[in-house]
Ligand binder design. Structure first.
Ligand code: TYM
Length: 329
């Protein structure tokens, strides 16, 4: 049976990178796949310090934003990771099978730990918990942005290792990554980096709830280069190419079509076109998010219902794991 699983951290407002790298596909998959789970991975988010009050607010904001983007709780199980204890339990078993060398080589660990003085253990074992998230639901398809590929490879490795050591239990979790230019959107301030929630400068990203004025301001300030023509050249002109990639996501056009349409515009004028296209797509999402946020008990209830449904699947897998590993008879 095909089963979709994916997760998102509640570390801040969702942005265009999340939308194109993952959320658009999440919404499509709930229409075509019978069993779909999406998790707000709060345990992952505390691998770096969080203010408890802000974290709880962020969990509800992410829930509202996912619903506003089109996640339908009648079609997808939307839930909070920490409410399903089997994620952490399976992570322990998988952690006992993972070597420190393998985790130390993962690029995201190297990146994150480079900016932290005393590295928390949680950052190191983060990918093991991510593998447990996927395997505890025996997921077969995992829609993610390009930056998650190495983490997915660890989950595939651990599924195979577990099956060969203890007996076949986990299917192969396949990464679903966009094959177009939106698989990795870049920071508007430094297009050599990815667009990220954790980047301190809010001008580096477009949040899904940004107002029309803020979108315009951020796009106008986006770093490009000294050439004024609009051309597609991600390697040599990452700034303007990132705007074209965003524009492709917004319109469904290819980079070539966008460049053709933009003939005669300089990058300054082109930015106004991009900002307008972004606002057209984000306006309904922004308005619906704001509306939903006025009703926190409704959002809490969605997560509660989702967590109950997710738990019943996770409990079954965990019981099988306990038997196969010899923790129970
Ligand atoms: P997170 O919260 O950083 O991002 C959520 C999703 O958005 C994608 N994404 C991007 N795609 C394109 N361009 C970008 N600039 C960009 N930034 C983010 C991410 O690839 C992701 O799909 N470790 C995960 C959360 C997680 C998870 C899981 C995902 C935990 N357990 C199990 C899948 C399966 C993360 O930090 O995503």
């Amino acid at each position: 049976m095909e089963r979709v699983f994916s997760g998102i951290q509640p570390t801040g407002t969702l942005h265009l990178g999340n939308y194109f790298g993952a959320l658009k596909k999440w919404v499509e998959l709930q229409e075509t796949c019978g069993s779909v789970l999406y998790s707000i991975v709060d345990l992952h988010s505390i691998t770096l310090p969080q203010d408890p009050k802000i974290l709880h607010r962020n969990i509800l904001e992410v829930t509202a934003c996912l619903l506003a983007c089109g996640i339908n709780p009648q079609k997808s199980i939307l839930f909070q990771q920490s409410k399903v204890s089997q994620h952490a339990e399976l992570a322990w078993v998988l952690g006992c099978m993972t070597t420190m060398a393998r985790l130390g080589h993962l690029p995201q660990f190297k990146e994150k730990s480079a900016s932290v003085k005393d590295i928390p253990l949680g950052i190191f074992v983060y990918p093991v918990l991510q593998s447990a998230d996927i395997l505890v639901y025996k997921a077969t398809k995992v829609p993610v942005g390009e930056d998650q590929l190495q983490h997915l490879q660890l989950a595939q490795h651990l599924a195979k290792l577990f099956n060969s050591k203890y007996g076949k239990l986990f299917p192969h979790p396949k990464a679903l990554i966009n094959d177009d230019c939106t698989a990795r959107l870049r920071s508007l301030r430094d297009p050599t980096k990815k667009m990220s929630k954790s980047e301190p400068d809010p001008k580096s990203r477009i949040d899904l709830t940004d107002s029309e004025e803020v979108i315009l301001e951020k796009v106008k300030k986006a770093v490009t280069d000294f050439e004024s023509a609009v051309t597609w050249d991600p390697k040599n002109r990452p700034g303007v190419s990132n705007l074209i990639a965003i524009h492709c996501g917004m319109t469904g056009k290819t980079p070539e079509e966008i460049v053709q349409d933009a003939q005669g515009l300089d990058t300054g004028k082109y930015k106004l076109v991009v900002a307008d296209a972004i606002n057209k797509v984000l306006q309904p999402i922004r308005e619906e998010t704001m509306r939903l946020l006025k009703d926190p008990p409704f959002l809490e209830q969605i997560l509660e219902d989702g967590s109950m449904k997710a738990s019943s699947i996770a409990e079954d897998t965990w019981e099988s794991v306990r038997k196969l590993v010899g923790l129970s008879s």
